[in-house]
Design a protein around this ligand. Sequence first.
Ligand code: AMP
Length: 500
Amino acid sequence: MKLLTHIAQHADMNPEQIAFRTEGKALNYRKLWDRSRRLASLLQAIKVERQTPVVVYGHMGVDMPVSFLACVQVGLPYIPVDTSIPMERVRLIIEKSGAGLVINTTDNMLDVDNVPVLHSLALQLEEEEPIGNELWIKPDEVFYIIYTSGSTGNPKGVQITGANLQSFTDWMTSDFPLGQGKVFLNQAPFSFDLSVMDFYPALQSGGTIHALEKEVINKPKLLFENLSRSALQIWTSTPSFVQMCFPNPDFNQTMLPELEVFLFCGEVLPLAVAKELKERFPRARVFNTYGPTEATVAVTSIEITGDLLAKGKALPVGYPKSDMCIFVMDELGNPLPEGEKGELILAGPSVSKGYLGEPLLTESAFGTLNEMDTYRTGDAGFIQDDLVYCQGRLDYQIKLHGYRMELEEIEFHLNQSDYTKAAIIIPYAPNEEIEYLIAAVVPADHNFEKEYKLTAAIRKDLALRLPAYMIPRKFTYHTAIPMTMNGKVDRKKMKEEVFV
Ligand code: AMP
């Protein structure tokens, strides 16, 4: 596979170049490649059956990239699982994916049953003979699996093949001005596919991945000190993350003099954010990209120029990647003419094989058309002069501070709590952008004297199953959930009740 061949070549020609670094640790290309080949050899000795997923658990440690590359060198797809995911959800992912092995890159013990765990202490790899390239992942085999929120209450695993990823990486390194050997920001944990946007393009082009750990992101002082020392050239993040940096007036081209390119993906890039960036970073180019995890990170792109900003309209998400075909469909599945709003459908080599072990879910969202794989995004949008515009969702999937989630999944888990009879989630979005979530709850019988104690108990239940970013900030209590005439939950009425 080209991607792996390139990494091997960088290790050979430029061994001391840093491939991956965090606040405290760095791995050069020689070490990254050598360690991954030794771990691959160990994995082969463990005899996990080819194409059986391996869960790689950790945050941003250097053993994460080593483990990813080791897995794919012996034909095993990896599932990156961040430490911010609660243990019960981790266990569910292990069980549902049929993982044959867990590689734990943290210093903590992992409490999982029935699956062998390779602890980071076991990554004493000096003894192992580095593996060759005979067993590398083939283009039609699964390379990685990323779990995203699912409306039925369980996360769903999107399977990305070697060919999907190679097509994406080639597009990034050829259609964007990423150059060779540049320093890339990695903001998103590996369990989100935004991390793929910098990770593989950086490795294919011999660049350095500068990863921000959550301990750094959560402390503005540490974050800006880190950025000041970073010599970043390519910035990849959600628009929410860059907005989080704006309160600091020193966040500008003086802080990051070498910054050349901003790449955004994952949620709406507000016009005001793009404008402010152009003012603060006059030497940098800004790109908006769009795509779901199911179509390998991103499938459209556009450079946000002064002309586009001057139009003062909502920004388009861009032109399709050249091998992708994007069209708009009405509710009955008929293609719509230019300019008409409907559901965005993606077709071509970026589209995933589907959700792991979920044939029904896969069938409802994936298909084929003229021998191309297709994916129904659930995004509302239209196409004008070949430019794709995104206009929100057709379902209850949302983005909150850049995180993708299904309101129905949060509702499912709320309803599992002993303290609730019924519940629905209302996003609070005073100016289009969602600021936080409100849980409107009909409580079950309970003995709490104060409402805040009830809230604390429900929150505790949720925290067992959902990552912190999916837990509602506010809870309101009601006697009943309003229903529409045809017996469906009346979200509009509930919203009115919550906001009186
Ligand atoms: P994820 O799978 O986390 O990348 O989320 C994919 C969803 O995020 C898409 O289906 C869109 O709803 C939304 N999204 C991604 N990129 C953009 C963008 N540039 N503008 C607006 N929405 C976006």
